[in-house]
Ligand binder design. Sequence first.
Ligand code: FAD
Length: 457
Amino acid sequence: DSAAGPVDLVILGGGSGGYATALRAAELGLTVSLIEKDKLGGTCLHRGCIPTKALLHAAEIADNIHESGNFGILSTLEGIDIAKVNSYKDSVVSKLYRGLTGLVNTRGIELVEGYGRLVSPTSVAVGDRIITGRHVVLATGSQSKSLPGLEVDHHQVITSDDALRLDRVPASAVVLGAGAIGCEFASVWRSFGAEVTIVEALPHLVPLEEESSSKLLERAFRRRGIKQHLGARFAGVKTTDEGVTVTLEDGTTIEAELLLVAVGRGPVSEGLGYEEVGIATDRGYVLVDHQLRTNVPTVSAIGDLRPGLQLAHVGFAEGIFLAESLAGLNPPPINYDNIPRVTYSHPEVASVGLTSAAAAQRYGDVVTQTYDLAGNGKAQILQTAGAVTLVAVPDGPVVGVHIVGDRVGELIAEAQLITSWEALPAEVAQLIHPHPTLSESIGEAHLALAGKPLHSH
Ligand code: FAD
Protein backbone atom coordinates (compact mmCIF):
# COMPACT_ATOMS: atom_id res chain seq x y z
CA ASP A 1 0.00 0.00 0.00
CA SER A 2 1.07 3.56 -0.48
CA ALA A 3 0.26 3.96 3.24
CA ALA A 4 2.69 1.17 4.10
CA GLY A 5 5.34 2.51 1.72
CA PRO A 6 6.68 0.73 -1.33
CA VAL A 7 7.94 -2.83 -1.14
CA ASP A 8 11.17 -3.75 -2.91
CA LEU A 9 9.46 -5.98 -5.43
CA VAL A 10 5.94 -6.24 -6.82
CA ILE A 11 5.50 -9.43 -8.83
CA LEU A 12 2.49 -9.85 -11.11
CA GLY A 13 1.78 -13.57 -11.58
CA GLY A 14 2.55 -16.46 -9.22
CA GLY A 15 3.62 -19.15 -11.70
CA SER A 16 7.05 -20.77 -12.05
CA GLY A 17 8.74 -17.47 -12.93
CA GLY A 18 6.91 -15.23 -10.47
CA TYR A 19 7.12 -17.49 -7.43
CA ALA A 20 10.78 -18.36 -8.06
CA THR A 21 11.58 -14.62 -8.14
CA ALA A 22 9.62 -14.12 -4.92
CA LEU A 23 11.25 -17.02 -3.06
CA ARG A 24 14.80 -16.01 -3.96
CA ALA A 25 14.20 -12.29 -3.39
CA ALA A 26 12.73 -12.94 0.06
CA GLU A 27 15.67 -15.16 0.92
CA LEU A 28 17.95 -12.23 0.05
CA GLY A 29 16.03 -9.95 2.39
CA LEU A 30 13.92 -8.04 -0.13
CA THR A 31 10.28 -7.26 0.70
CA VAL A 32 7.92 -8.82 -1.83
CA SER A 33 4.25 -8.60 -2.81
CA LEU A 34 3.23 -11.44 -5.11
CA ILE A 35 -0.05 -10.98 -6.96
CA GLU A 36 -1.96 -14.02 -8.25
CA LYS A 37 -5.49 -14.08 -9.62
CA ASP A 38 -5.89 -17.82 -9.57
CA LYS A 39 -3.64 -20.28 -7.74
CA LEU A 40 -0.05 -19.97 -6.67
CA GLY A 41 2.01 -22.29 -8.88
CA GLY A 42 0.53 -21.21 -12.20
CA THR A 43 0.36 -23.26 -15.37
CA CYS A 44 3.15 -25.71 -14.56
CA LEU A 45 1.72 -26.87 -11.25
CA HIS A 46 -2.00 -26.77 -12.02
CA ARG A 47 -2.38 -27.19 -15.79
CA GLY A 48 1.04 -28.15 -17.15
CA CYS A 49 4.15 -30.05 -16.15
CA ILE A 50 2.91 -31.77 -13.02
CA PRO A 51 -0.60 -33.02 -13.91
CA THR A 52 0.55 -34.14 -17.39
CA LYS A 53 3.47 -36.08 -15.96
CA ALA A 54 1.13 -37.74 -13.45
CA LEU A 55 -1.09 -38.83 -16.36
CA LEU A 56 1.99 -40.06 -18.23
CA HIS A 57 3.04 -42.09 -15.21
CA ALA A 58 -0.41 -43.71 -15.01
CA ALA A 59 -0.15 -44.33 -18.77
CA GLU A 60 3.22 -46.02 -18.27
CA ILE A 61 1.62 -48.41 -15.78
CA ALA A 62 -1.04 -49.25 -18.38
CA ASP A 63 1.71 -49.80 -20.99
CA ASN A 64 3.59 -52.04 -18.60
CA ILE A 65 0.49 -54.20 -18.20
CA HIS A 66 -0.04 -54.32 -21.99
CA GLU A 67 3.59 -55.27 -22.53
CA SER A 68 3.94 -57.56 -19.50
CA GLY A 69 3.51 -60.70 -21.62
CA ASN A 70 6.81 -59.89 -23.36
CA PHE A 71 8.50 -60.44 -20.01
CA GLY A 72 6.60 -63.60 -19.14
CA ILE A 73 4.31 -61.88 -16.69
CA LEU A 74 0.72 -62.70 -17.48
CA SER A 75 -1.69 -59.89 -16.75
CA THR A 76 -4.53 -58.16 -18.51
CA LEU A 77 -5.63 -54.60 -18.28
CA GLU A 78 -9.19 -54.65 -17.01
CA GLY A 79 -9.83 -51.01 -17.64
CA ILE A 80 -8.96 -47.45 -16.78
CA ASP A 81 -10.77 -45.90 -13.82
CA ILE A 82 -10.29 -42.34 -15.00
CA ALA A 83 -11.86 -40.86 -11.87
CA LYS A 84 -9.18 -42.61 -9.83
CA VAL A 85 -6.45 -41.58 -12.27
CA ASN A 86 -7.64 -37.99 -11.94
CA SER A 87 -7.77 -38.13 -8.16
CA TYR A 88 -4.18 -39.46 -8.08
CA LYS A 89 -3.13 -36.63 -10.44
CA ASP A 90 -4.99 -34.02 -8.38
CA SER A 91 -3.51 -35.32 -5.13
CA VAL A 92 0.02 -34.84 -6.48
CA VAL A 93 -0.86 -31.28 -7.49
CA SER A 94 -2.50 -30.52 -4.11
CA LYS A 95 0.44 -31.80 -2.15
CA LEU A 96 2.92 -29.68 -4.10
CA TYR A 97 0.54 -26.71 -3.89
CA ARG A 98 0.39 -26.98 -0.11
CA GLY A 99 4.18 -27.18 0.04
CA LEU A 100 4.59 -24.12 -2.17
CA THR A 101 2.03 -22.09 -0.20
CA GLY A 102 3.89 -22.99 2.98
CA LEU A 103 7.23 -21.87 1.51
CA VAL A 104 5.81 -18.54 0.37
CA ASN A 105 4.32 -17.95 3.84
CA THR A 106 7.41 -18.87 5.79
CA ARG A 107 9.59 -16.59 3.68
CA GLY A 108 7.37 -13.66 4.60
CA ILE A 109 6.16 -12.96 1.07
CA GLU A 110 2.86 -11.10 0.92
CA LEU A 111 0.53 -13.08 -1.35
CA VAL A 112 -2.13 -10.79 -2.82
CA GLU A 113 -5.06 -12.72 -4.25
CA GLY A 114 -6.66 -10.90 -7.13
CA TYR A 115 -6.46 -9.68 -10.69
CA GLY A 116 -3.64 -7.19 -11.13
CA ARG A 117 -3.10 -4.51 -13.73
CA LEU A 118 0.03 -2.42 -14.25
CA VAL A 119 -0.89 1.25 -13.71
CA SER A 120 2.53 2.93 -13.59
CA PRO A 121 6.20 1.95 -13.93
CA THR A 122 6.20 1.15 -10.20
CA SER A 123 2.68 0.09 -9.31
CA VAL A 124 0.02 -2.52 -9.87
CA ALA A 125 -3.68 -2.08 -9.12
CA VAL A 126 -5.58 -5.00 -7.58
CA GLY A 127 -9.21 -4.03 -7.11
CA ASP A 128 -9.19 -0.78 -5.13
CA ARG A 129 -5.69 -1.30 -3.87
CA ILE A 130 -2.55 0.15 -5.45
CA ILE A 131 0.59 -1.81 -4.64
CA THR A 132 3.79 0.13 -5.19
CA GLY A 133 7.28 -1.27 -5.43
CA ARG A 134 10.75 -0.07 -6.25
CA HIS A 135 10.71 -2.64 -9.03
CA VAL A 136 7.93 -4.51 -10.83
CA VAL A 137 8.27 -8.00 -12.32
CA LEU A 138 5.77 -9.06 -14.98
CA ALA A 139 5.24 -12.83 -14.91
CA THR A 140 1.73 -13.34 -16.26
CA GLY A 141 2.71 -16.35 -18.35
CA SER A 142 1.00 -17.86 -21.36
CA GLN A 143 -2.19 -19.51 -22.55
CA SER A 144 -3.13 -21.91 -25.37
CA LYS A 145 -3.36 -20.42 -28.83
CA SER A 146 -5.55 -21.54 -31.69
CA LEU A 147 -5.37 -21.13 -35.47
CA PRO A 148 -7.23 -18.32 -37.28
CA GLY A 149 -10.81 -19.45 -37.82
CA LEU A 150 -10.51 -22.47 -35.50
CA GLU A 151 -12.85 -21.95 -32.60
CA VAL A 152 -12.21 -23.80 -29.37
CA ASP A 153 -15.55 -24.78 -27.79
CA HIS A 154 -13.91 -26.48 -24.76
CA HIS A 155 -16.18 -29.46 -25.33
CA GLN A 156 -15.30 -31.18 -28.59
CA VAL A 157 -12.57 -28.80 -29.71
CA ILE A 158 -10.40 -28.49 -26.64
CA THR A 159 -7.14 -27.14 -25.21
CA SER A 160 -4.70 -28.87 -22.88
CA ASP A 161 -6.50 -27.22 -19.92
CA ASP A 162 -9.73 -28.97 -20.98
CA ALA A 163 -7.91 -32.23 -21.69
CA LEU A 164 -6.64 -32.30 -18.11
CA ARG A 165 -10.20 -31.90 -16.85
CA LEU A 166 -11.73 -34.67 -19.00
CA ASP A 167 -13.70 -37.17 -16.95
CA ARG A 168 -13.37 -39.89 -19.57
CA VAL A 169 -10.83 -41.42 -21.92
CA PRO A 170 -11.87 -40.36 -25.41
CA ALA A 171 -12.54 -43.30 -27.74
CA SER A 172 -10.67 -41.37 -30.41
CA ALA A 173 -8.90 -38.05 -30.73
CA VAL A 174 -7.21 -35.86 -33.29
CA VAL A 175 -4.24 -33.96 -31.88
CA LEU A 176 -3.41 -30.83 -33.86
CA GLY A 177 0.23 -29.93 -33.33
CA ALA A 178 3.11 -32.32 -32.58
CA GLY A 179 5.16 -30.31 -30.11
CA ALA A 180 5.75 -31.58 -26.58
CA ILE A 181 2.19 -30.98 -25.40
CA GLY A 182 0.54 -32.64 -28.43
CA CYS A 183 2.85 -35.66 -28.33
CA GLU A 184 2.38 -36.12 -24.58
CA PHE A 185 -1.42 -36.18 -24.79
CA ALA A 186 -1.29 -38.44 -27.87
CA SER A 187 0.91 -40.81 -25.90
CA VAL A 188 -1.33 -40.83 -22.79
CA TRP A 189 -4.57 -41.34 -24.69
CA ARG A 190 -3.06 -44.13 -26.80
CA SER A 191 -1.82 -45.90 -23.66
CA PHE A 192 -5.36 -45.61 -22.26
CA GLY A 193 -6.76 -47.26 -25.41
CA ALA A 194 -7.85 -44.35 -27.62
CA GLU A 195 -7.48 -44.21 -31.41
CA VAL A 196 -5.17 -41.22 -31.86
CA THR A 197 -4.25 -39.26 -34.98
CA ILE A 198 -1.67 -36.48 -34.93
CA VAL A 199 -1.76 -33.69 -37.53
CA GLU A 200 1.37 -31.55 -37.87
CA ALA A 201 2.05 -28.86 -40.49
CA LEU A 202 5.83 -29.30 -40.33
CA PRO A 203 7.38 -32.49 -41.74
CA HIS A 204 8.13 -34.11 -38.35
CA LEU A 205 6.89 -34.84 -34.85
CA VAL A 206 8.64 -32.64 -32.22
CA PRO A 207 9.84 -30.50 -35.14
CA LEU A 208 12.27 -28.41 -33.08
CA GLU A 209 14.30 -31.49 -32.16
CA GLU A 210 17.16 -33.16 -34.04
CA GLU A 211 15.63 -34.80 -37.11
CA SER A 212 16.94 -38.25 -36.16
CA SER A 213 15.15 -37.96 -32.78
CA SER A 214 11.91 -36.97 -34.51
CA LYS A 215 12.18 -39.96 -36.83
CA LEU A 216 12.71 -42.35 -33.93
CA LEU A 217 9.65 -40.97 -32.17
CA GLU A 218 7.63 -41.25 -35.39
CA ARG A 219 8.60 -44.90 -35.72
CA ALA A 220 7.84 -45.66 -32.07
CA PHE A 221 4.46 -43.91 -32.29
CA ARG A 222 3.63 -45.76 -35.53
CA ARG A 223 4.38 -49.06 -33.79
CA ARG A 224 2.08 -48.02 -30.98
CA GLY A 225 -0.67 -47.39 -33.54
CA ILE A 226 -0.64 -43.59 -33.31
CA LYS A 227 -1.53 -42.32 -36.78
CA GLN A 228 0.39 -39.35 -38.14
CA HIS A 229 -0.28 -36.80 -40.85
CA LEU A 230 3.00 -34.89 -41.13
CA GLY A 231 3.55 -31.87 -43.37
CA ALA A 232 -0.24 -31.74 -43.40
CA ARG A 233 -2.19 -28.51 -43.17
CA PHE A 234 -5.38 -28.30 -41.18
CA ALA A 235 -8.28 -26.93 -43.26
CA GLY A 236 -11.26 -27.07 -40.91
CA VAL A 237 -13.36 -28.94 -38.39
CA LYS A 238 -17.07 -29.72 -38.21
CA THR A 239 -18.66 -30.75 -34.95
CA THR A 240 -21.75 -32.94 -34.60
CA ASP A 241 -23.38 -34.72 -31.67
CA GLU A 242 -21.15 -37.74 -32.34
CA GLY A 243 -17.86 -35.90 -32.53
CA VAL A 244 -15.64 -33.99 -34.91
CA THR A 245 -14.69 -34.30 -38.56
CA VAL A 246 -11.32 -32.73 -39.24
CA THR A 247 -10.42 -31.85 -42.82
CA LEU A 248 -6.90 -31.35 -44.09
CA GLU A 249 -5.92 -29.17 -47.05
CA ASP A 250 -5.22 -32.25 -49.19
CA GLY A 251 -8.85 -33.31 -48.72
CA THR A 252 -8.23 -36.02 -46.10
CA THR A 253 -10.96 -36.23 -43.46
CA ILE A 254 -10.51 -37.70 -39.99
CA GLU A 255 -13.41 -38.53 -37.67
CA ALA A 256 -12.91 -38.55 -33.92
CA GLU A 257 -14.61 -37.89 -30.62
CA LEU A 258 -12.63 -34.72 -30.05
CA LEU A 259 -9.95 -32.42 -31.38
CA LEU A 260 -7.12 -31.25 -29.12
CA VAL A 261 -5.65 -27.96 -30.32
CA ALA A 262 -1.97 -27.98 -29.34
CA VAL A 263 -0.51 -25.45 -31.77
CA GLY A 264 1.42 -23.43 -29.21
CA ARG A 265 0.97 -20.92 -26.45
CA GLY A 266 0.85 -17.14 -26.57
CA PRO A 267 1.48 -14.45 -23.93
CA VAL A 268 -1.05 -13.33 -21.33
CA SER A 269 -0.71 -9.56 -21.61
CA GLU A 270 -3.88 -8.16 -23.14
CA GLY A 271 -5.61 -5.53 -21.05
CA LEU A 272 -2.96 -5.62 -18.34
CA GLY A 273 -1.75 -2.06 -18.91
CA TYR A 274 1.68 -2.98 -20.26
CA GLU A 275 1.52 -0.91 -23.45
CA GLU A 276 -0.20 1.99 -21.67
CA VAL A 277 2.74 2.26 -19.30
CA GLY A 278 5.03 2.34 -22.35
CA ILE A 279 6.44 -1.17 -22.27
CA ALA A 280 7.64 -2.43 -25.64
CA THR A 281 5.91 -5.62 -26.77
CA ASP A 282 5.84 -7.78 -29.87
CA ARG A 283 2.55 -9.56 -30.57
CA GLY A 284 1.86 -9.39 -26.86
CA TYR A 285 5.23 -10.76 -25.76
CA VAL A 286 7.06 -8.35 -23.46
CA LEU A 287 10.50 -7.57 -24.90
CA VAL A 288 13.47 -7.78 -22.54
CA ASP A 289 17.25 -7.44 -22.70
CA HIS A 290 19.71 -10.06 -21.46
CA GLN A 291 19.17 -8.78 -17.90
CA LEU A 292 15.41 -9.44 -18.35
CA ARG A 293 14.73 -5.67 -18.15
CA THR A 294 12.06 -4.09 -20.31
CA ASN A 295 12.58 -0.69 -21.91
CA VAL A 296 11.06 0.82 -18.74
CA PRO A 297 13.92 0.69 -16.20
CA THR A 298 11.82 -0.27 -13.17
CA VAL A 299 10.03 -3.14 -14.93
CA SER A 300 11.31 -6.63 -15.78
CA ALA A 301 9.57 -9.58 -17.42
CA ILE A 302 10.24 -13.30 -17.15
CA GLY A 303 8.91 -16.72 -18.07
CA ASP A 304 6.52 -17.53 -20.88
CA LEU A 305 5.61 -13.84 -21.21
CA ARG A 306 8.89 -12.92 -22.94
CA PRO A 307 9.84 -14.30 -26.35
CA GLY A 308 11.82 -17.54 -26.10
CA LEU A 309 11.62 -21.06 -24.72
CA GLN A 310 8.47 -21.63 -22.65
CA LEU A 311 9.63 -24.03 -19.95
CA ALA A 312 9.15 -24.06 -16.20
CA HIS A 313 12.85 -24.55 -15.44
CA VAL A 314 13.67 -21.51 -17.57
CA GLY A 315 11.16 -19.51 -15.51
CA PHE A 316 12.81 -20.75 -12.29
CA ALA A 317 16.28 -19.82 -13.56
CA GLU A 318 15.12 -16.39 -14.71
CA GLY A 319 13.42 -15.77 -11.37
CA ILE A 320 16.57 -16.61 -9.43
CA PHE A 321 18.70 -14.52 -11.78
CA LEU A 322 16.39 -11.52 -11.54
CA ALA A 323 16.05 -11.64 -7.75
CA GLU A 324 19.83 -11.83 -7.37
CA SER A 325 20.45 -9.05 -9.82
CA LEU A 326 17.87 -6.80 -8.12
CA ALA A 327 19.54 -7.55 -4.79
CA GLY A 328 22.82 -6.33 -6.30
CA LEU A 329 24.56 -9.72 -6.45
CA ASN A 330 25.58 -9.48 -10.13
CA PRO A 331 24.73 -13.12 -11.00
CA PRO A 332 26.23 -14.80 -14.08
CA PRO A 333 23.98 -14.49 -17.14
CA ILE A 334 21.65 -17.35 -18.10
CA ASN A 335 23.07 -19.55 -20.85
CA TYR A 336 20.09 -20.04 -23.15
CA ASP A 337 22.08 -22.41 -25.39
CA ASN A 338 22.14 -25.13 -22.76
CA ILE A 339 18.59 -25.50 -21.58
CA PRO A 340 17.46 -29.13 -21.41
CA ARG A 341 14.21 -29.97 -23.21
CA VAL A 342 12.19 -33.11 -22.59
CA THR A 343 9.06 -34.51 -24.20
CA TYR A 344 7.78 -37.09 -21.72
CA SER A 345 5.96 -39.36 -24.15
CA HIS A 346 6.47 -43.11 -24.46
CA PRO A 347 9.28 -43.10 -25.57
CA GLU A 348 10.79 -39.85 -24.28
CA VAL A 349 12.72 -37.35 -26.37
CA ALA A 350 15.36 -35.28 -24.55
CA SER A 351 17.95 -32.83 -25.76
CA VAL A 352 20.33 -30.10 -24.74
CA GLY A 353 22.43 -27.71 -26.79
CA LEU A 354 22.32 -27.35 -30.55
CA THR A 355 20.78 -29.51 -33.25
CA SER A 356 23.17 -30.46 -36.05
CA ALA A 357 21.45 -27.90 -38.31
CA ALA A 358 21.86 -25.08 -35.78
CA ALA A 359 25.46 -26.11 -35.06
CA ALA A 360 26.28 -26.17 -38.78
CA GLN A 361 24.95 -22.63 -39.06
CA ARG A 362 27.05 -21.44 -36.16
CA TYR A 363 30.27 -23.40 -36.71
CA GLY A 364 30.20 -24.20 -40.42
CA ASP A 365 31.30 -27.78 -40.06
CA VAL A 366 30.03 -30.31 -37.52
CA VAL A 367 30.39 -34.00 -36.78
CA THR A 368 27.59 -36.18 -35.48
CA GLN A 369 27.74 -39.57 -33.81
CA THR A 370 24.77 -41.81 -33.16
CA TYR A 371 24.82 -44.61 -30.62
CA ASP A 372 21.88 -47.01 -30.95
CA LEU A 373 20.34 -48.19 -27.68
CA ALA A 374 20.36 -51.68 -29.22
CA GLY A 375 23.92 -51.89 -27.86
CA ASN A 376 22.95 -50.84 -24.34
CA GLY A 377 22.28 -53.62 -21.84
CA LYS A 378 19.78 -51.74 -19.71
CA ALA A 379 17.81 -50.60 -22.77
CA GLN A 380 17.54 -54.24 -23.81
CA ILE A 381 16.42 -55.23 -20.32
CA LEU A 382 13.76 -52.52 -20.46
CA GLN A 383 13.02 -53.41 -24.11
CA THR A 384 13.22 -49.79 -25.17
CA ALA A 385 14.38 -48.64 -28.60
CA GLY A 386 16.17 -45.35 -29.12
CA ALA A 387 19.49 -43.66 -29.62
CA VAL A 388 21.91 -41.01 -28.40
CA THR A 389 23.05 -38.53 -31.04
CA LEU A 390 25.97 -36.23 -30.34
CA VAL A 391 26.72 -33.05 -32.25
CA ALA A 392 30.30 -31.78 -31.97
CA VAL A 393 32.60 -29.23 -33.53
CA PRO A 394 35.32 -31.10 -35.50
CA ASP A 395 38.25 -31.60 -33.08
CA GLY A 396 36.28 -29.49 -30.64
CA PRO A 397 33.66 -29.70 -27.92
CA VAL A 398 30.31 -31.46 -27.89
CA VAL A 399 27.65 -28.80 -28.52
CA GLY A 400 24.46 -30.89 -28.64
CA VAL A 401 23.13 -34.12 -27.16
CA HIS A 402 19.87 -35.70 -28.37
CA ILE A 403 18.37 -38.83 -26.82
CA VAL A 404 15.29 -40.94 -27.49
CA GLY A 405 14.10 -43.85 -25.34
CA ASP A 406 12.07 -44.62 -22.23
CA ARG A 407 13.22 -42.69 -19.14
CA VAL A 408 15.92 -40.77 -21.03
CA GLY A 409 14.64 -37.45 -19.63
CA GLU A 410 16.58 -38.39 -16.52
CA LEU A 411 19.81 -38.61 -18.56
CA ILE A 412 19.78 -35.14 -20.02
CA ALA A 413 21.15 -33.46 -16.91
CA GLU A 414 24.49 -35.23 -17.41
CA ALA A 415 24.44 -34.18 -21.05
CA GLN A 416 23.91 -30.62 -19.84
CA LEU A 417 27.20 -30.71 -17.93
CA ILE A 418 28.92 -31.90 -21.11
CA THR A 419 27.61 -29.09 -23.31
CA SER A 420 27.83 -26.40 -20.60
CA TRP A 421 31.41 -27.25 -19.73
CA GLU A 422 32.27 -27.53 -23.44
CA ALA A 423 33.73 -30.97 -22.85
CA LEU A 424 35.72 -32.70 -25.56
CA PRO A 425 34.53 -36.18 -26.63
CA ALA A 426 37.74 -37.75 -25.28
CA GLU A 427 37.17 -36.15 -21.87
CA VAL A 428 33.68 -37.63 -21.56
CA ALA A 429 34.94 -40.96 -22.91
CA GLN A 430 37.26 -41.03 -19.86
CA LEU A 431 34.33 -41.00 -17.44
CA ILE A 432 33.30 -44.45 -16.25
CA HIS A 433 29.56 -45.00 -16.36
CA PRO A 434 27.92 -47.70 -14.21
CA HIS A 435 26.95 -50.90 -16.00
CA PRO A 436 24.23 -51.72 -16.84
CA THR A 437 22.47 -48.34 -16.87
CA LEU A 438 20.91 -46.21 -19.58
CA SER A 439 23.47 -43.53 -18.67
CA GLU A 440 26.16 -45.78 -20.14
CA SER A 441 24.78 -44.91 -23.56
CA ILE A 442 26.11 -41.36 -23.08
CA GLY A 443 29.56 -42.75 -22.27
CA GLU A 444 29.41 -45.16 -25.21
CA ALA A 445 28.40 -42.44 -27.66
CA HIS A 446 31.43 -40.42 -26.56
CA LEU A 447 33.72 -43.45 -26.78
CA ALA A 448 32.55 -43.88 -30.37
CA LEU A 449 33.02 -40.19 -31.15
CA ALA A 450 36.51 -40.29 -29.62
CA GLY A 451 37.35 -43.07 -32.06
CA LYS A 452 37.21 -46.04 -29.66
CA PRO A 453 33.73 -47.55 -29.84
CA LEU A 454 32.99 -50.34 -27.36
CA HIS A 455 29.50 -51.80 -27.83
CA SER A 456 28.95 -50.21 -31.25
CA HIS A 457 30.50 -50.15 -34.68
P1 FAD B 1 2.51 -19.32 -15.69
O1 FAD B 1 2.92 -20.58 -15.05
O2 FAD B 1 1.49 -19.35 -16.76
O3 FAD B 1 2.06 -18.35 -14.53
C1 FAD B 1 1.48 -17.11 -14.74
C2 FAD B 1 0.62 -16.81 -13.56
O4 FAD B 1 0.18 -15.46 -13.65
C3 FAD B 1 -0.65 -17.66 -13.51
O5 FAD B 1 -0.74 -18.28 -12.26
C4 FAD B 1 -1.78 -16.67 -13.74
O6 FAD B 1 -2.96 -16.99 -13.04
C5 FAD B 1 -1.16 -15.38 -13.23
N1 FAD B 1 -1.74 -14.17 -13.83
C6 FAD B 1 -1.91 -13.91 -15.15
N2 FAD B 1 -2.47 -12.70 -15.30
C7 FAD B 1 -2.67 -12.20 -14.06
C8 FAD B 1 -3.24 -10.99 -13.57
N3 FAD B 1 -3.69 -10.05 -14.39
N4 FAD B 1 -3.28 -10.81 -12.24
C9 FAD B 1 -2.83 -11.76 -11.39
N5 FAD B 1 -2.29 -12.91 -11.80
C10 FAD B 1 -2.21 -13.13 -13.13
N6 FAD B 1 7.36 -26.92 -18.83
C11 FAD B 1 8.36 -27.72 -18.42
O7 FAD B 1 9.44 -27.23 -18.12
N7 FAD B 1 8.20 -29.08 -18.32
C12 FAD B 1 7.03 -29.68 -18.63
O8 FAD B 1 6.91 -30.90 -18.50
C13 FAD B 1 5.95 -28.87 -19.08
N8 FAD B 1 4.77 -29.42 -19.41
C14 FAD B 1 3.73 -28.61 -19.77
C15 FAD B 1 2.52 -29.20 -20.11
C16 FAD B 1 1.45 -28.43 -20.49
C17 FAD B 1 0.13 -29.08 -20.85
C18 FAD B 1 1.59 -26.99 -20.52
C19 FAD B 1 0.43 -26.12 -20.90
C20 FAD B 1 2.80 -26.41 -20.20
C21 FAD B 1 3.89 -27.20 -19.85
N9 FAD B 1 5.12 -26.64 -19.53
C22 FAD B 1 6.16 -27.46 -19.15
C23 FAD B 1 5.36 -25.18 -19.62
C24 FAD B 1 5.30 -24.51 -18.25
O9 FAD B 1 4.07 -24.79 -17.65
C25 FAD B 1 5.48 -23.00 -18.40
O10 FAD B 1 6.69 -22.75 -19.11
C26 FAD B 1 5.55 -22.28 -17.08
O11 FAD B 1 4.37 -22.52 -16.32
C27 FAD B 1 5.72 -20.77 -17.30
O12 FAD B 1 5.76 -20.11 -16.09
P2 FAD B 1 5.33 -18.58 -16.00
O13 FAD B 1 5.58 -18.19 -14.58
O14 FAD B 1 5.98 -17.79 -17.04
O15 FAD B 1 3.79 -18.53 -16.34
